[in-house]
Design a binder for this molecule. Structure first.
Ligand code: NAD
Length: 486
């Protein structure tokens, strides 16, 4: 272990009711460094009994009206203080992101900056979420207010735990909800540091509860708990289905942020150098482990070979290694994920796609490193064109007409992000209009920020995180009608 690894605390407890506690089963989850496979820390394994305690703490805090009694701007100031405390912990957070998640130090610091932006953006909105007065004629006063749901149960995946978890917690607290969040078992540490920032900032005890356990028991117990009022789930479609089944028992409202197979369309007039750079960033950033990664490129046949050659250059010049070394691309999160990505690559070869580069793990070294991979000549019906790799694999599909490009882009079960590259303004708008996706990027990928609503269509889920729209997912509207006349 290097010096930086040894600076990571060896044991982490769950944060329940404002206290740091062991799991009731006294078991631990070992957290490993995906770049080496070596253990770096242990966390207390939360069991369903710990979920009970966390939900009870969140309920007590909600019923105490500790958050309801604060004016919205005071809740905003509370979250700004959390942001200040995060700054104090920034180096620790970047280090754990590097060692339990495989991110580069730069990406770890970028996650902290992003998290601060969520906190400050929503802190500024806390006192601007207004109801409306509805004119019903003389003698009646009618207005709407926004009510919190109560206890918000939140489940987070391993690829971006800090920003994904922090944005949901922030929206929940600012609207007066309390939270129980299950952090991902593969990369739980950064959210414990977020809990520490909440503790230092004086967030009321029980308003934020963060625990780590496995999905099949602890996660399942949380979403099926009889005393939660709201669910925010970010993860795979398969798990999302099981969360929705549990939610349906008690008619619990959900925000579902699920997977993607997002495609960018490249028309022949696009600047191919820029497209290659943008498309490579869209799939190789964080080794493709991003729900909105640009994992398909739908390319006009006249420029297919030229663009594929440029993309090959982009893939083969990326440096790969542990995040702490400042390489371009780190490892996949786990051996299981590496096996999955590699086996789907084998399917691509069997299906007859052309493997241009990559296609397998980096042999002869520890850790879960996958080579940046490019397939060309892919057809829409192939599994590699329809299934999410969640790894650094780009598939290129040729098209002849704009209608065909749209049909290919919209032709999967997913509908998270989409893109279009062209210098023709009319064609860009026409294409954006026809793409069925929660967000469309033109002439780049990830043009948005915390200000822009983000979410899925179709099997990519529903509800929006980010932007002004997100806050509305954490409140329900109440209408009050008053007869004024005697
Ligand atoms: P996953 O569905 O396996 O796990 C996500 C979380 O759910 C984990 O915390 C896990 O412990 C928990 N979980 C597992 N089984 C559960 C159950 N039965 N009940 C409740 N919780 C359970 O997903 P993953 O492999 O960790 O993450 C990758 C997936 O997440 C990809 O599909 C990716 O596209 C998606 N994702 C989506 C977004 C988005 O904003 N749309 C963001 C990040 C990741």
């Amino acid at each position: 272990m290097g010096d930086t690894v040894t600076s990571i605390r060896p044991y982490w407890k769950n944060f329940i009711g404002g206290e740091w506690v062991d799991g009731t089963g006294n078991e631990r989850i070992v957290v490993t460094d995906p770049a080496t496979g070596a253990p770096i820390a242990e966390v207390a394994r939360a069991m369903p009994a710990d979920v009970d305690q966390a939900v009870a703490a969140a309920r007590r805090c909600f019923d105490s009206r500790a958050l309801a009694a604060m004016r919205p701007h005071q809740r905003g100031e509370m979250m700004l203080e959390v942001a200040r405390q995060l700054d104090e912990l920034a180096d620790d957070i970047a280090t754990v992101e590097c060692f339990d998640n495989g991110k580069t130090m730069a990406a770890g610091h970028a996650d902290i900056a992003l998290t601060r932006r969520y906190l400050s953006y929503y802190a500024g909105m806390a006192d601007k979420l207004e109801g409306r007065q509805i004119p019903l004629g003389e003698g009646v006063l009618d207005y709407t207010t926004h009510m919190p749901f109560g206890v918000s149960a939140q489940i987070v995946p391993w690829n971006g735990p800090l920003p994904v978890g922090a944005r949901s917690i922030t929206c929940a607290l600012l609207t007066g909800n309390t939270v129980v969040l299950k952090s991902p078992e593969d990369s739980p540490l950064s959210l414990f540091l977020f809990a520490e920032a909440c503790e230092r900032a004086g967030v009321p005890k029980g308003a934020v509860n963060i625990l780590c356990g496995y999905g099949h028991d602890t996660g399942a117990a949380l979403v099926a708990h009889g005393d939660i009022d709201h669910i925010v789930f970010t993860g795979s479609v398969e798990t999302g289905r099981s969360v929705l089944r549990a939610a349906s028992e008690r008619i619990i409202p959900c925000i579902m942020e699920l997977g993607g197979k997002s495609g960018g369309i490249v028309y022949p007039d696009a600047d191919l150098d820029r497209v290659a750079k943008s498309a490579a960033r869209a799939i190789f950033h964080h080794a493709g482990q991003i729900c909105s990664a640009g994992s398909r490129l739908i390319v006009h046949r006249s420029i297919h070979d030229d663009l594929v050659a440029r993309l090959k250059g982009e893939a083969e010049t990326r440096t790969i290694g542990p995040g702490i070394d400042g390489c371009d691309m780190g490892p996949l999160i786990s051996a299981r994920q590496l096996d999955r990505v590699e086996s789907l690559c084998r399917v691509g070869v069997e299906e007859g796609a052309t493997l241009v580069t990559g296609g397998s793990r980096l042999a002869g070294r520890p850790g879960h490193f996958m080579a940046p991979t490019l397939f060309s000549g892919v057809r829409p019906e192939m599994r590699i064109a329809r299934e999410e790799f969640f790894g650094p694999v780009l598939v290129v599909l040729p098209f002849d007409t704009p209608d065909e490009a749209i049909a290919i882009a919209n032709g999967t079960d997913y509908g998270l992000a989409a893109g279009v590259y062209t210098n023709d303004l009319r064609l860009a708008h026409w294409t954006a209009d026809r793409l069925v996706a929660g967000q469309v990027y033109v002439n780049d990928w990830w043009t948005g920020g915390v200000e822009t609503p983000f979410g899925g269509t179709k099997r990519s889920g529903y509800g929006r995180e980010k932007g002004q729209e997100a806050l509305l997912g954490y409140v329900q509207t109440k209408n009050v009608g008053i007869r004024l006349s005697p």
